[in-house]
Design a binder for this molecule. Structure first.
Ligand code: SF4
Length: 334
């Protein structure tokens, strides 16, 4: 793996873009070369020793093509297990050269480029991670749109959770709207309906019969014209087992192209819909994050397309300069 560019602020978030020698790439970089990106972030004022988040890619682009995500602009295959691990390896050795990670809450999110349930190599990574790194705070996180036809992935994920991670595992379904047609327009592939998400989510929640089980997250990246109907939510999802997370739609090339703007805006913390969900008994997290992350392009957005397009202007996002890394940084043969 060769790091070709990076962008960010070491005290908030860094996005790395790397080139892999991986088959017949369709990337502008030419055949045989593919680009990926991955992120590390902290949440000031919380120090890195308390919480450190890695976000890695699982696919080259993404075949799903959600309307506000730049990863969906192309798709060129799955990363191998070693290619996924090489991102984690780089980030860990960059901060902790001895390979141990003395961080209380060490999250690894498989959520940068690619829907993780479309790549079974993610499961191999999850099985091996605890044996590779001495990281007592490790908490993997899978964030998924739940594509149709991925039942085998999720059944094996449930086994891995039971056998290895217990409550130290986070599962998030990105559902975005309670309106079926709106969901289809945001996520333009066949996906699990709410009944199926609820049924699997409950099994996942109940997997170990522990008292301190972690609730399953239902995420809405809330656009201006998006509906969340609290009655539909309560008919499907128990507040005992599911938590609701509402995030802004980040400023990306795709959001700009599709004229999608965020209902959640910085500086506003009260929203009627959040109160209505709380009144139904849900724990609701409003997760806005650091504004600087929009400038960096680290909290979503997939900076890689920006890189390939030579810094396309996106209002409110991607304003940090991209630094090309001249020297070859060999981390691990991919
Ligand atoms: S949001 Fe996830 S599933 Fe949708 S296009 Fe982006 S990477 Fe793929």
């Amino acid at each position: 793996m060769k790091i070709v560019a990076k962008v960010g602020n070491e005290d908030i978030a860094m996005v790395y873009i790397a080139e892999l020698n991986s088959g017949n790439g369709k990337d502008p970089k030419g055949p045989g070369k593919k680009l990926i990106e991955f992120v590390e972030s902290v949440q000031p004022p919380t120090p890195r020793s308390e919480k450190w988040v890695l976000i890695v890619s699982t696919l080259f682009g993404c075949p799903v093509g959600c309307s506000f995500c730049d990863a969906g602009m192309y798709y060129d295959g799955k990363l191998t297990k070693d290619e996924i691990l090489s991102q984690i390896d780089f980030l860990i050795h960059n901060r902790f050269p001895r390979g141990g990670v003395p961080v209380k809450k060490f999250k690894i999110q498989f959520a940068r480029m690619g829907e993780p349930a479309l790549n079974e190599n993610v499961l191999d990574v999850l099985e091996e991670l605890p044996d590779i790194y001495d990281a007592p705070g490790l908490m993997p996180s899978i964030s998924t749109i739940a594509p149709k036809g991925t039942d085998n992935f999720f059944e094996r994920l449930l086994d891995i959770k039971k056998q290895i991670y217990g409550s130290q595992f986070q599962l998030q379904f990105s559902i975005h709207s309670t309106d079926v047609e709106k969901r289809k327009s945001i996520i333009p592939v066949k996906i699990w309906d709410f009944k199926k998400i609820a049924s699997f989510g409950e099994r996942f929640y109940n997997a170990d019969n522990r008292d301190n089980e972690r609730k399953i997250t239902l995420n809405f990246a809330l656009a201006k014209d998006t509906t969340i109907d609290p009655d539909i939510m309560i008919d499907n999802f128990s507040p005992e087992k599911f938590i609701i997370k509402v995030t802004p739609v980040n400023p990306t090339c795709s959001a700009k192209k599709n004229h999608i703007s965020s209902h959640i805006v910085p500086g506003v913390e009260k929203y009627e819909i959040l109160e209505a969900l709380k009144n139904k008994g849900y724990d609701v997290i409003l997760s806005i994050g650091e504004l600087a992350e929009n400038d960096i392009g680290s909290n979503c957005g997939q900076h890689i397309m920006n890189y390939m397009r030579k810094n396309e202007i996106v209002p409110g996002g991607y304003t940090y300069p991209l630094i090309n890394v001249d020297e070859v940084t060999l981390i691990k043969d991919a």
